[in-house]
Design a protein around this ligand. Sequence first.
Ligand code: 0X9
Ligand code: ZN
Length: 512
Amino acid sequence: MKLAAFLALALTTAACVLASDSRYSGDQVIRFDVASPEDQAALQRALNNDALGLDLWSHSGNKIGKIDVRVPATSVPQISNIGVAYKVLVQDLQQVVDAEREHMGKNSEVLHNSLMSGEPVQLAAADIFTDWQSYETLSAYIGGLPGVTQLPSIGKTYQGRDTNVFKFGTGPYGIVYHGGIHAREWISPATAAYVTTQLVNNTELLSKFTFYVMPVVNPDGYAYTRAANGDRYHRKNMQPNPGSSCIGTDPNRNFDIAWSGPGASGSACSETYYGPSAFSTPESTNIANFVKNTPNVVGYVDLHSYSELFMFANGYTCSGQVSDYATLFKGAELAVDAIKATSGHSFKYGDICNTIYQASGGSVDYIYNKLGVKYSYTIELRPNSAFGNAGFNPPVSEIIPSGQETTAAFVAVWNYVYSQLSGTPVPTTTSNATTATAPVSKTTSAATKPSSSTTATAAACAHNVCATGGKLKASCSACARAICAKDSYCCNTSWDSTCVREVAQYCPDVTC
Ligand code: 0X9
Ligand code: ZN
């Protein structure tokens, strides 16, 4: 960067820092220890009390447990009146915001400004994942990854930004994943970008699936959380609400599924405001239209933070289970096992309503129930608490570990999905200008996981070992011989899903 330009930029940045407000001065993040239904009711009453202005940040896996809440400075003296045991995790939230912004002023903002001024900039992973990058930087980075094509925008946001979508892979089945439906959850766009960096090199998955990634589906809100005079903890989109000074609708309460039902609010100032009508936000409409108009979409992931949860439909009701519950549960189990093996983190999993809370008008419920995308998931990424000033402000050193464990989850779940689908006919392709589906090829592998009742032998055949016939045969030679005796196809060709199914049939001791 030329010196003059650099100085101008440095001055602009300094001016912005000076102009920055201190709206979170004296705010605290409190971790409540919800130990009983009475505690739960007391905290719920406090959360519903608009005068206190509490902001729910994290969730306990089963609703009894530790729950993080941001308490505005004016309500701090009343915390003990809530009657639930607590400890203070963050003493003064403004200090956390200021430290984060200072780091960005020297890193992601410099990169962003160089990019916007048209200077040639190098967008290497080593530069990208060391800070919270802007929507524009993440988009330029993803668009430059090998094998990635940028498709036409999936639609404008309220403020007129394009919603960028990138495509890669040649497989017959479509997977859509996105970050940033909630503006303040910064690890979500960063993780979407990191996962993409890894998946573009996974030739096996790329032959099975065509991936579509939207790094930030609420870029207006995201820009507002990043702006020096913006609001770091803004969650919703940027649509104004007539008659109210509160900005935004929660796009994840605005889908046309049980819209305005339980777990969503009709108050414009609520963080879960469902908006004036279903699909009143362009952001939720854009996602729905894109999934609807893209052929053969079998999978969908909506990335959120934080709490470390891996979930699927339903969110709008806690009664009953969706018809694919067992399959979705198995996929989630494989994903969280892969996370555990990668990072040691223990994600909880299950249906949204029973795992986190009741939430109507959500993306996963709509895409699963109304668009029939069976393998629809939502992840609450790391961290699992606001301890150590983390929460929505984890240190930048968390970006790569989050990306790594989420990549492991994706690989596990999509290989499982492929093994499920490969036993069934490939869905019919409809024409769509944005999508070129590859010809359907014969399955070459299948990865499944032993059931919980597996034997020691079965464990050796598990998962990625199953995915390669050679290794399976080596690990389970007796079983392989039995299958070969019955079905020479498995001996002579690749060890595909048919052969894996025959494990169950011919080798009762081995469940692959
Ligand atoms: O409340 C939400 O929208 C999500 N939690 S968050 O803290 N990130 O805001 C949970 C979303 C559950 N998913 C759907 N209902 N689709
Ligand atoms: Zn969220």
